[in-house]
Design a protein around this ligand. Structure first.
Ligand code: NAI
Length: 279
């Protein structure tokens, strides 16, 4: 049985994931703003330090896995906090926990992305780049330029940024090379308090009108089953993957966009030689 940390463990998909792991005999350290083993506000550097430190203490310096589910949805007026929680609340914590994840030699990490990363039109790449560079204020400003209703673009840009960050580091010596399997889950519309708040607000029409080929919304327990799978032996050979669970929305918008061949400019020279391209 393993020791797992789950952020956002007090509600929705984080809560369902934590409950499922506990029911299967694992030790779970829940992190959230309240109702958690580690109470910390991930929107502040101090809160993130607390979350890192107290988790490491409770885990005894060894983690079999981490689930980064804490996050804020596209709430108007909260753009700066969304960026703090959705970007720094993932990156800072994972960097802080990395030695404990490496200590077990075979650990698994699941980062909560979103299908908004690939299904939101026109998210400015400059916002994503700013988030990745650590300039959250600039990211929020850039995302806000595109529309008077900035929150959906800020939200999608934060999720694109953490997804790209996670995929980039997943394959490095510090992560895959240290036995850490880091993958991303990209849910679509899932019935949780986050979605319910959107359905009760000014964005209700957009959420309800979004195409979901299979119909309806997903539920938190379904996603928890995927999370458990991504933490299990089944994921030993899985690194940097994005698991989309969204009823078909992403495929509806993007079926023609990938898979796509690697551009020649991105391929190392020795590999090009192996493929024996005509010059
Ligand atoms: P939820 O609102 O039910 O749970 C999110 C949890 O994060 C809450 O317990 C909340 O207290 C915690 N949290 C928020 N801000 C925090 C802070 N400053 N410090 C500490 N904890 C904080 O949301 P849900 O739907 O379960 O979302 C989980 C993840 O999945 C989030 O990252 C969300 O962005 C993502 N997601 C949700 C979708 C949905 O339709 N519900 C769709 C795609 C992604």
């Amino acid at each position: 049985m393993g020791i797992y940390v789950v952020t956002g463990a007090a509600s929705g998909m984080g809560k369902a994931s934590a409950e499922r792991l506990r029911a299967n005999g694992h030790t779970v350290i829940g992190v959230d703003r309240s109702d958690a083993d580690v109470v910390a506000d991930l929107s502040t550097p101090q809160g993130r330090s607390t979350a890192i430190r107290q988790t490491l203490e409770l885990a005894g310096g060894r983690l079999d896995g981490a689930v980064l589910a804490a996050g804020l949805g596209p709430v108007a007026g909260k753009e700066a906090v969304i960026a703090q929680v959705n970007v720094r609340g993932v990156i800072d914590l994972l960097v802080g926990w990395r030695p404990a994840l490496a200590a077990t030699g075979n650990s698994k990490v699941v980062v909560f992305g979103s299908n908004s990363t690939t299904a939101t039109p026109g998210v400015p790449n400059s916002a994503v780049k700013a988030f990745l560079a650590g300039d959250l204020d600039k990211g929020v400003k850039r995302a806000g330029r595109i529309s008077a209703a900035a929150a959906p673009f800020t939200y999608a840009a934060t999720k694109i940024a953490v997804t790209r960050w996670a995929r980039r580091i997943a394959v490095t010596d510090d992560w895959a090379g240290s036995g850490i399997r880091l993958n991303i889950i990209a849910p679509g519309a899932i019935s949780t308090p986050l979605l319910e708040a959107q359905l009760a607000g000014p964005q209700a029409k957009r959420v309800e009108g979004f195409p979901v080929p299979i119909g309806g919304f997903g539920d938190a327990e379904q996603i928890a089953e995927w999370v458990e799978f991504m933490l299990s032996r089944a994921a030993d050979f899985m690194v940097g993957s994005i698991v989309t669970v969204d009823g078909g929305t992403e495929a509806y918008f993007r079926s023609g966009d990938w898979p796509v061949a690697v551009p020649l400019s991105g391929v190392p020279r020795y590999l090009l030689q192996m493929f024996r391209f005509r010059s």
